[in-house]
Design a protein around this ligand. Structure first.
Ligand code: DOR
Ligand code: ZN
Ligand code: ZN
Length: 411
């Protein structure tokens, strides 16, 4: 299945020296003992899935995740590449850090790791980091994810300063004045009497950043969209020629604030789980082609760090090993070619990286799926050190079956 080739057919993929050498409609006879054959009967082979939004926690928080455990989780989850967010400790905000993470990740696992640089120094929200030298060092994008870039002036000037470069900005949209919100401001928060953050905290920053994208001409991407009103902003921007894309996570497609009934601190995440109508709006936005990218926002924390009270629990879930199953589960009516594009082709285009296609001559990065092999989410089996997920015990039909990176079978 390759959306770039408009291909949905039975083929033999021939790989040579890490590159796709041919797509044959016959199965070549096994004559050459040098040729390794992999029987993929029953699987759908796709261009390798790329997760544009993961937190790998090194440096600074190796107790939550290491590069090795995070990349093992990515491979187990069916991903052949990931892009690492810079909200580590310290933040990835200079060229030397970009190079170091890329080198350490290449040594720690076979899944390709792209590195995102911070927009502001130490993610302080005001002091623009050395974006150009990070870009030269290989940064694929810029983001202060974890929070929004606080200063409009810094964000605007940052975008202007590298308007000639292809690297997009990726926005975490939550106004800081609502930073004390522990969950979505809706009926459940009212019932629980918990300090909450309303949808406008997201939508207002999404609008601000869409306007910065329009004013600067810079390619822009909204991370983990969660509020129905934000879809209106994206629709407006895309309708006015702004270069704006958006991603959604499995948890914002499938889960709601109902999960926090009983003050379940494990369900804390930023942006928060919202109402059923918000989740339904996310699913519709994918079906309508407004949201064109899937991201796990893999944000592992230890089980202890996710314990009550709500006000002390870390925000985020381990997501790499459930992303494929949960996303397909949420969107049973979306065409397979669209699902594959959102996991692969569109992500490669966003980040300006190789992959996203099975075209002859491309790197042999391949994800294999079983479309109907039900499995149950068992967090104790995760490769990730983070074992907290909103999907524990759930049954999903789509299962990652194969991850091939540069022609090598990783899983
Ligand atoms: O829930 C979240 N966790 N949202 C973020 O934006 C950051 C992430 C993390 O790094 O833990
Ligand atoms: Zn974020
Ligand atoms: Zn994130």
């Amino acid at each position: 299945m390759d959306p770039t080739l408009d291909l949905d057919a039975i083929r033999t993929i021939v790989v040579r020296n890490g590159v796709i050498a041919a797509l044959r409609d016959d199965a070549p006879v096994a004559a050459d003992p040098e040729v390794e054959r992999v029987d993929c009967a029953g699987m759908v082979l796709c261009p390798g899935f790329i997760d544009p939004h993961v937190h790998l926690r090194e440096p600074g928080d190796a107790h939550k995740e290491t590069l090795a455990s995070g990349l093992a989780a990515a491979a187990a989850g069916g991903f052949t590449a990931v892009a690492a967010m810079p909200n580590t400790r310290p933040a990835i905000d200079d060229a030397a850090s970009i190079r170091r993470i890329a080198r350490d990740a290449a040594a720690a696992g076979r899944v390709r790791t792209y590195v995102i640089g911070a927009v502001t120094r130490g993610r302080d929200g005001t002091t623009i980091a050395e974006l150009r030298s990070m870009a030269s060092a290989g940064a694929v994008a810029f983001s202060d994810d974890g929070s929004s870039t606080a200063s409009l002036k810094a964000l605007y000037n940052a975008a202007l300063s590298i308007a000639d470069l292809p690297q997009p900005f990726l926005s975490h949209c939550e106004d800081r004045s609502f930073g004390d919100g522990l969950m979505h401001d809706g009926a459940v928060a009212d019932l629980l009497g918990v300090t909450a953050s309303p949808s406008i905290a997201e939508t207002a920053i999404a609008a601000r950043d869409a306007l910065v994208a329009r004013a600067t001409g810079k390619a822009w991407h909204l991370c983990h969209v969660s509020a129905a009103e934000t879809i209106d902003v994206i629709r407006w921007a895309q309708g006015h020629g702004v270069r704006l894309t958006a991603e959604v996570t499995p948890h914002h497609l499938l889960c709601t604030d109902q999960a926090l009934l009983g003050y379940d601190a494990r369900m804390r995440v930023n942006p928060p789980l919202r109402s059923e109508s918000d989740a339904a709006a996310m699913r519709r936005a994918v079906a309508d082609g407004i949201i064109t990218i899937f991201a796990s926002d893999h944000a592992p924390h230890t089980t202890e760090e996710k314990e009550p009270p709500l006000s002390h629990a870390c925000a985020g879930f381990s997501g790499l090993e459930t992303a494929i199953g949960a996303t397909f589960h949420a969107l049973p009516d979306v065409a397979l070619a669209v699902m594959v594009a959102n996991f692969s082709t569109n992500v490669a285009a966003l980040l300006g990286v190789a992959g996203g296609t099975l075209k002859v001559g491309s790197p042999a990065d391949i994800t294999g799926l079983y479309l109907d092999r039900p499995w149950t989410v068992e967090p104790h089996r995760f490769k990730s050190l983070g074992r907290v997920t909103p999907f524990a015990g759930m049954k999903f039909a789509v299962q990652p079956a194969l991850a091939v990176v540069g022609g090598e079978i990783v899983v």
